[in-house]
Design a protein around this ligand. Structure first.
Ligand code: DX5
Ligand code: ZN
Length: 216
């Protein structure tokens, strides 16, 4: 699968309506929402009022990436807000198996996000509970950072793990993705590429999305 999930973090917050309309008219597959609490990561982004407003406008499934401590406290509210794919960080969940089960029980697809230092092998015993694994290719907290090249090996390793087990888990890569590394990432086994600054920093977001989605 070769999907693109543009990150709203790099959109124009003074005119989100126009940016969501642009995404609705593009080949974007999902819409990526970065939720930061200032504790798990050294930055604060946006919360439910913004998520709910975006949900009303977006014609694409919402892909929420929770960079927050104790995500269990908010899982239900994200379900109510209309989120389709909900990813929690491995590093923030002492009872990850239960958290993923909770997300699925609420009718959402369950995702696990891994920081750059967390090996994919850490997921071996919980992979069957995950519909999605989000591999961070930068340290989470900010858009516009440089892609960590080791990510390609991680994607290959995870792809093999999923293949061997025979699961349908999707692999998403997030951070520093653009047209220059998209083909390598899809080839390594990535299914969904998140792109923030590469999309909204471009003069044509639609073309930037296409240059990632059709990179192969
Ligand atoms: C970083 C976020 C990313 C970010 C990606 O913590 O998880 O989703 O928005 O931005 P770019 O594509 O600019 O690296
Ligand atoms: Zn993200």
């Amino acid at each position: 699968m070769q999907l693109v999930s543009p990150s709203v973090l790099s959109a124009n917050f003074l005119n989100l309506e126009a940016d969501i309309a642009t995404l609705n008219a593009s080949h974007a597959d999902w819409l990526h929402l970065d939720i930061m609490d200032g504790v798990f990561v050294p930055n604060i982004s946006f919360g439910f009022p913004v998520v709910e407003a975006i949900a009303r406008q977006s014609q694409r499934p919402l892909d929420a990436h929770l960079m927050i401590v104790e995500p269990d406290r908010y899982v239900e509210r994200f379900a109510k807000a209309g989120v389709a794919w909900l990813s929690v960080h491995y590093e923030a969940c002492p009872h990850l198996h239960r958290t993923l089960g909770h997300i699925r029980a609420l009718g959402m697809k369950a995702g696990v996000a891994l920081n750059p230092h967390t090996p994919v092998a850490a997921l071996a015993d919980v992979l069957e509970m995950a519909d999605l694994v989000l591999i961070m290719s930068v340290n989470p907290g900010f858009g516009g950072q440089r892609f960590i090249a080791q990510t390609l090996n991680k994607v290959r390793q995870l792809h093999q793990l999923i293949d061997t087990a025979g699961f349908g888990t999707l692999i998403e890569v997030d951070g520093g993705v653009d047209a220059s590394n998209a083909a390598d990432l899809y080839r390594a086994g990535a299914d969904v590429l998140v792109a923030g600054s590469a999309v909204f920093g471009a003069s044509s977001p639609e073309q930037a999305i296409d240059s990632i989605k059709f990179a192969l």
